[in-house]
Write a protein that binds this ligand. Structure first.
Ligand code: OXD
Length: 308
């Protein structure tokens, strides 16, 4: 029995963390796999489509991160394999700190002042204050909830939107399409933390942006495919939106010729909002590996229908 890593991310930190935690388990990195029939557990990020057809005995496909859209996009997934994802407190904390930093950056116009600094222009700009800013978070799973709490702790008024009803202290959560418009009309800063599913793909579009208060700001730290990029550009031009901070893109790395790179109202970061630290999550990976071997229920199993 062995674990295979199939990933377009550098696997070294993973192999090292797995070996340190349990040197007895055989870990191989695709393409260098001795005996594919022996592999029952795969740890993956952006695997090549159809690759699991080479592994006839695969039982578990474990995402190296919180998202599983990169797995579920493959139409040739083995039907009986379970899919799991990472749920990690540190991952959620990293995300919360990043979103808070982006929000403060927007409120205090730091990007704008950087641009003015480069032109040696002394132009004090009036700024927005925390009590004047309502933040709407789309997606109230582990990440969305942790981000919301962090913002509440920093005195922001926060509202959330989720697929189904959810009771949270200090955060009113709107649910379903029926309550989306009301949620949007109150969100000065919109943070997208939705899972990527066929229902949420392209959800950040012109129609949605037009329902936000005039001059709203977008933060997308979920997936590039949530956003219709041309619609965002149009909304920035029309000043319906004052700006956007984007950490994820339809194509990553963001192509050199892409208009977002040089857009003065768009802040681009290279998918770094919260990156899984192998040493912090390897214990849950190995725990599930043990559960699989003992035929016990796995943790953090993904509902393939729902897509998260
Ligand atoms: C994740 C990510 O889903 O890195 O973990 O985006």
């Amino acid at each position: 029995m062995s674990i295979v890593i199939i990933s377009d991310r550098e696997p070294k930190a993973w192999t090292a963390a797995l070996a340190e935690s349990n040197p007895e388990i055989k870990v191989e990195v695709y393409l260098e796999v001795e005996n594919k029939e022996e592999v029952e557990y795969a740890l993956v990020w952006n695997h090549p489509e159809g690759v699991f057809e080479e592994f006839p005995n695969i039982k578990v496909i474990a995402s190296m991160g919180a998202g599983v859209d990169h797995i579920l996009r493959d139409p040739k997934l083995p039907k009986n394999a379970k899919i799991t994802r990472i749920v990690d407190e540190q991952l959620a904390k990293d995300m919360a700190e990043f979103v808070l930093a982006l929000v403060m950056n927007k409120l205090r116009n730091l990007n704008l002042h950087k641009q003015l600094e480069q032109q040696k222009e002394w132009k004090p700009k009036s700024y927005q204050r925390i009590p004047e800013t309502k933040i709407g978070i789309m997606g109230m799973g582990e990440l969305g909830t942790t981000v919301g709490k962090k913002l509440v702790d920093n005195n922001f008024e926060v509202i959330g939107w989720a697929g189904s009803k959810k009771e949270l202290q200090d955060i009113k959560v709107y649910a379903g399409r029926e309550e989306l418009d009301e949620f949007l009309s109150k969100s000065d800063i919109l943070v997208c933390l939705l899972p990527l599913t066929p229902q949420t793909e392209n959800i950040l579009n012109k129609e949605l942006f037009q329902k936000l208060p005039k001059g709203a700001y977008l933060i997308n730290v979920a997936r590039g495919k949530h956003l219709v990029e041309e619609d965002l550009l149009e909304m920035l031009d029309s000043e319906q939106l004052t700006g956007a901070a984007l950490d994820v893109f339809r194509t990553e790395p963001l192509p050199q010729e892409h208009p977002f790179w040089k857009h003065e109202k768009v802040q681009v970061t290279p998918h770094i909002a919260s990156v899984t630290k192998p040493s912090s999550v390897v214990s849950q990976v190995l725990e599930n590996y043990r559960h699989m071997k003992n035929d016990e229920p796995l943790k953090n199993v993904v509902d393939k229908e729902k897509g998260y």
